[in-house]
Design a protein around this ligand. Structure first.
Ligand code: NAD
Length: 362
């Protein structure tokens, strides 16, 4: 651990000048990409992940192997384990924490609500406790979600819009996370940046997300279920490519400013920020399917049904003015381009043979 994390970054220095970052959820989709990007520019990175089985554990292990081959060590552990976190902070004087560990997915909340409370509420508090007790206190950048906008009908969503109508338990835990982090900011002087990601997709993605599961089913000739909103309106999402999200995360770390407390005591006001990280151009789900069909060269068997009230919202659309202004955030990847990269990765990762329609790796 000592060798892969660098000492404190000089204030105001250029990117890659020696951040020392604890990435939680490092074996996850966004965590893997962020940890790799930090490592590539020369920052010190240690990951932690509990490798839960919400989706294919072998994909998480493959991501861990990829990280390992780039010198990023991932500790297997739960963010609820305060003793483990304290030990990590003892060994490494982390300047920053990028907190991405969470129970993701809106629909699974109906099956396993406790997992959302465990990771997104209790786990977040456990992590913040460790951060506030650490000396030096790290700056915290963490993943909230566009889901906090819930059933908002004012679009595009900007950070000042109401977030008091969550449509799922997942959204409610992210909203709770924003309140909890704000509390740690003003009581303990923790520097906090919350990032509201909008539907992130790309290589090494999450198999539970529509673009990923559609790809699998289309290639296997199985039907896909496409939800439609009331009055036959198509669902639309502000799909955001992973590389754009990574740039937003790194810019947030670089501009986070210092925490002002130490050993649980606040010494002055610390920054508290919230940013949307989206793409600003929503695309309907049927359009997403059409793009996939083109790249996969297979027609989808579509089962179109009305959206059951299971936590999904009909529409998301980010206003990113604040992130553009303060982080220099500028998404550059269209859904067409991003899906092309995703499909290329998918076919290669699973060893798909176009001739025999079979997969070498299941
Ligand atoms: P992911 O599920 O791939 O990654 C989360 C990782 O956290 C997983 O590897 C999981 O094993 C780990 N984890 C979960 N609970 C843990 C715990 N208690 N202790 C330690 N590790 C734990 O999800 P992702 O898509 O990479 O999402 C990263 C973050 O971004 C999450 O906070 C998610 O809620 C948020 N987010 C993602 C999206 C998206 O579209 N991918 C959109 C909005 C917000």
């Amino acid at each position: 651990i000592r060798s892969s994390a660098s000492p404190r970054r000089p204030p105001g220095s250029a990117e890659g000048a020696g951040l020392s970052v604890l990435v939680t959820g490092a074996a996850g989709f966004v965590g893997t990409h962020c940890a790799l990007a930090l490592r590539r520019r020369g920052d010190g990175v240690v990951g932690i992940d509990n490798f839960n089985s919400y989706y294919d554990p072998s994909l998480k292990k493959a991501r861990r192997a990829l990280l390992g081959s780039h010198g990023v060590f991932v500790v297997e552990g739960d963010v609820n384990d305060g003793r483990l976190l304290a030990k990590l902070f003892d060994v490494v004087p982390f300047t920053h924490v990028l907190h991405l560990a969470a129970q993701a997915g809106v629909r699974y909340a109906m099956e396993n609500p406790a997992s959302y409370v465990h990771s997104n509420v209790a786990g977040l508090v456990s992590l913040l406790e460790a951060c506030k007790d650490a000396d030096p206190q790290p700056a915290v950048v963490w993943a909230s979600s566009s889901s906090v906008y819930g059933l908002n009908d004012r679009v595009p969503f900007s950070e000042a819009h109401r977030t008091d109508r969550p449509a799922s338990l997942y959204a409610a835990t992210k909203k709770a996370g924003e309140e909890i982090t704000h509390t740690y900011n003003h009581i303990y002087g923790l520097s906090v940046t919350g990032l509201r990601f909008f539907t992130v997709y790309g290589p090494w993605g999450r198999p539970d997300m529509a673009y990923f599961s559609f790809t699998r089913n289309i290639l296997q000739g199985k039907p896909i279920t496409v939800y439609r909103g009331r009055d036959h309106v198509d669902l639309a999402r502000d799909f955001t490519y992973i590389d754009d999200i990574v740039r937003g995360c790194l810019a947030s770390l670089d501009t986070a400013g210092r925490s002002t407390g130490t050993g649980g005591k606040k010494r002055g006001p610390a920054p508290y920020r919230i940013f949307n990280l989206g793409n600003t151009s929503p695309v309907t789900v049927p359009t997403l399917v059409a793009i996939l069909e083109r790249y996969l060269r297979v027609k989808a068997k579509k089962n179109v049904i009305e959206m059951p009230g299971n936590g999904d919202v009909p529409y998301t659309h980010a206003n990113i003015s604040l992130a553009r202004e303060q982080l220099g955030y500028k998404p550059t990847t269209s859904l067409e381009m991003g899906l092309k990269k995703f499909v290329r990765w998918y076919l290669s990762y699973y060893g798909y043979n176009r001739g025999t329609h079979t997969f070498r790796n299941s």
